[in-house]
Design a protein around this ligand. Structure first.
Ligand code: KG4
Ligand code: ZN
Length: 473
């Protein structure tokens, strides 16, 4: 039977506990603690005391400190019965239970999962160098994050539920305006964000049928990007946070691109993330949420930047990447272009390839020869993506990781998607690439990236400022 412990049980409880933690008696003075009105000390008794549970009952949450079973009775279901008793007798309505458990204690984790505990955070090196999982059980209220993205030339706001369901998303693009100038004009971009942002908010709320009072947090991209553009989003986010008394979450835009893969999906760790955007080309290992290790990055131009520069040389309208892709589809790789250095590092280099195309176009025009744009676009794309595939292949081979995600604007490219999936097939690795809508800049990815920070209560204050430069880690 299970009952509340009394003073006469303390000796036996300490005996059981000392076998697992020889400091237990010093750390926990159960003789006094048992009488505190918020302490829950339960014992399982069947002829003798076979196990005990110790928890602290706070107003909205029970903090479960220990469930311990006597060595002789391990694996007889004592822990499960104690936990069940706690839930049935002490957990009312929407009271939650939290606990910490060693990442290596697989049996305990399984037990907690059986009782609907979810992992909400990791405490690094918590038990003598071993990570602890923070687990939580209870009515996990749906979390709605209103996310704002204004890093470059898209004004976007989204409402994202639980980090993976997009309730509503609005993207107001300034592409046409900037196309007239052949690229983004920062001053125009920030002015247009200012004009658009309240309209975008109104539309996002209207489409979602969610009242702003039901929102749990405001998230915003704060780096990297154009300073003026970033500031419009950040100040708007701070205002909403202040007026509606909601926590503010700051999101690195590149990490946002990575978390676009969490939308309608669950990330499986460890994974290799290939980030290919207008400003970045990075290969990153993720062991867990927000646990990043950089394997390699571009030494000069980013892949998207190379697409855009080649587009400019070929006199293709802005934005260059998608236009080069369209041309390439109609061509063959007939031009002989130099491959980037074939080294065994995880770094990339695209400036040599770009320069060779600039020289080639220049020389042919001097000679009065015309360029076959389709074939040149196809030749460029073949070499550029081949380099990406080769480095991913190397990383999969050397790390043994079997999950791959691709992120950033260039992941919208069809040829890249096909080639990367061939590499993953070769290594039997799973591959996730966001839907095209979530590949390029959008606020849904910012909401997805903000969710793990919301669970960790990792909130920003009103000193938050924009930063123009940043990497994933
Ligand atoms: O991630 P993103 O939207 O913005 C940044 O954070 O940089 O990426 C924009 C980049 C641009 O360089 C654009 O030309 C490229 O992504 N891009 C593409 C394609 N769609 C966008 N590049 C090649 N093929 C595409 N289909
Ligand atoms: Zn981006």
């Amino acid at each position: 039977m299970i009952r509340k412990a009394t003073l006469s049980d303390i000796k036996k409880i300490n005996e059981i506990a000392l076998k697992e933690n020889n400091n237990f008696e010093k750390l926990f003075h159960l003789e006094t603690e048992i009488n505190l009105d918020y302490a829950i000390v339960l014992v399982y008794e069947d002829v003798e005391i076979k196990g005990f549970l110790y928890a602290i009952d706070l107003k909205d949450n029970i903090d479960l400190l220990f469930i311990m079973t006597d060595d002789k009775y391990k694996h007889t279901g004592v822990a499960s019965l104690l936990l069940n008793y706690l839930i049935n007798n002490f957990v009312l309505n929407d009271k939650t239970i939290t606990l910490e458990v060693s990442k290596e204690n697989i049996n305990a984790i399984k037990l907690y999962e059986k009782f609907d505990f979810l992992q909400v955070n990791v405490r690094k090196a918590y038990y003598n160098g071993v990570d602890a999982l923070l687990m939580k059980r209870g009515i996990m209220k749906d979390v709605y994050i209103l996310a704002i993205e204004t890093t470059c030339d898209e004004t976007s706001i989204a409402i994202v539920k639980n980090g993976n369901e997009v309730e509503s998303l609005t993207i107001s693009t300034q592409m046409e305006t900037h196309a007239a100038f052949g690229g983004v004009v920062p001053e125009i971009a920030s002015r247009m964000h200012t004009e658009q942002i309240t309209l975008v908010l109104e539309e996002t709320l209207k489409k979602s049928k969610i009242n702003i009072k039901d929102i749990d947090a405001i998230a915003v991209s704060y780096k990297p990007g154009l300073m003026g553009s970033l500031l419009v989003g950040i100040e708007f986010a701070k205002t909403l946070s202040y007026v509606y008394n909601l926590p503010l979450i700051k999101v690195n835009h590149l990490i946002g691109h990575i978390y676009a893969n969490a939308i309608d999906n669950k990330l499986s760790f460890p994974l290799l993330a290939l980030v290919v955007s207008g400003g970045h080309t990075e290969l990153v290992i993720m062991k867990d949420n927000y646990d990043f290790k950089l394997l390699g990055s571009t030494l000069d131009d980013a892949l998207g930047e190379a697409y855009d520069k080649v587009a400019r040389v070929l006199d293709v309208p802005y934005p260059g990447g998608p236009e080069i892709e369209k041309l390439a589809q109609k061509g063959t790789p007939s031009y002989n272009l130099p491959h980037p250095v074939m080294d065994e590092t995880y770094n990339f280099s695209y400036s040599g390839l770009k320069s060779s195309i600039i020289n080639l176009v220049h020389n042919e025009s001097e000679r009065g020869n015309s360029i076959n744009k389709e074939n040149l676009a196809c030749s460029f794309q073949t070499v550029a993506i081949d380099e990406l595939s080769r480095k991913l292949d190397l990383a999969l081979k050397n790390t043994g990781i079997t999950n791959v995600i691709v992120a950033g604007g260039v992941s919208a490219n069809g040829y890249l998607r096909t080639e990367i999936s061939k590499v993953c097939d070769k290594h039997n690795a799973s591959l996730s690439i966001p839907k095209i809508l979530y590949c390029t800049d959008n606020a849904a990815m910012v909401g997805a990236a903000a969710y793990p920070l919301y669970l960790k209560q990792d909130f920003a204050d009103y000193t938050l400022n924009a930063e123009s430069q940043a990497n994933v880690c």
